[in-house]
Design a binder for this molecule. Structure first.
Ligand SMILES: [Zn+2]
Length: 298
């Protein structure tokens, strides 16, 4: 983890998951809290070392790699936590993530790990769309749903903290099928990102870039290709296909070898989101046959 500075006020602790940081008039603001206690500890240690203040923390969305360190951070420093309303519901009740991944049933223990369920923490204030004033900071919160339900990107002092609104090139290649909960929202968030005027942007996973348009276009291309490939699989089945067989075929096509149930469930969510897009545009239909959920071209 390294502290990288972008302008007079804006920085980020960069690593596998980036944590944003801004300081102004003797006050410090953290953007996301890292995966766990150890990540939060590193942030606190680096801030102390550089004699930088910490007064507030905004969590952009309720994925554990972004909020898992928040409980420790709050316990150690007592700083208030901010997050968008619907994301706050999950941050305060983190069992909801393994629950939604596990079809709404109480999850098996295997799914109750730190990558899918962070420690619960109380959110003190909601971040609303548009301008938010927190201490000396004027924060423009931009709706960036698609990767999660109510994720917000934050424009602060001309720097865009884009959360997981897009992924850096390497993260995109690593994930192959990025996690999304809505393909249409993901694509419109990417389109919106192309038109944001700022000095530079940093995603949750990836590098800071002044011109990030090419990276956004790569993200758009990946989702468009995934949707197309999924539709082709369905198109080639005269008799439709069960959701599970289709998911298996789609993962195999992208040479993915899911290592555990948690990983498979995350991929299944993205596949479901792509299928929902295809259903919305009238290209496919969902139906039940022999007690099996299936899709076919419509
Ligand atoms: Zn995320």
């Amino acid at each position: 983890m390294k502290l990288q500075q972008f302008n007079e006020y804006c920085y980020a602790f960069t690593g596998a998951v980036n944590i944003g940081y801004c300081q102004k008039d003797g006050k410090g603001l953290l953007i996301d809290a890292g995966l766990d206690e150890s990540a939060a500890k590193k942030v606190l240690r680096l801030l102390k070392l550089q004699e930088l203040p910490l007064d507030y923390c905004i969590v952009t969305h309720a994925h554990t790699d972004h909020f898992g360190g928040a409980a420790y951070l709050k316990k150690e420093t007592g700083i208030p936590l901010y997050s968008p309303p619907m994301e706050s519901a999950i941050i305060e009740n983190p069992l909801l993530e393994p629950i939604y991944l596990f079809n709404g049933a109480n999850p098996i223990n295997e799914l109750r790990n730190k990558f899918l369920e962070g420690p619960p923490v109380k959110v003190d204030f909601h971040i609303e769309t548009g301008e938010n004033e927190i201490g000396p900071f004027v924060i423009e919160a931009l709706d960036m749903p698609g990767h999660s339900y109510a994720q917000k990107g934050l424009l602060i002092e001309d720097i865009l903290y884009a959360a997981d609104g897009y992924f850096g090139t390497e993260a995109l290649e690593k994930h192959v099928i990025p996690f999304i909960i809505d393909a249409d929202q993901t694509l419109s968030t990417l389109e919106k990102l192309l038109h944001i005027k700022c000095k530079g942007a940093i995603p949750g996973h990836g590098r800071y870039e002044e011109d990030f348009s090419e990276t956004i276009r790569q993200n758009q291309k990946v989702h468009e290709e995934r949707i197309h490939a999924l539709f082709q699989l369905i198109e080639n089945k005269e008799d439709g296909e069960s959701l599970e067989s289709l998911t298996k075929e789609f993962l195999t096509l992208h040479t993915i070898d899911a290592k555990n149930l948690g990983q498979w469930l995350l991929f299944r969510t993205s596949v479901t989101a792509y299928l929902t897009h295809l259903e919305r545009i009238g290209a496919i239909r969902f139906y039940i046959r022999d007690n099996e959920p299936r899709v076919s071209v419509s």
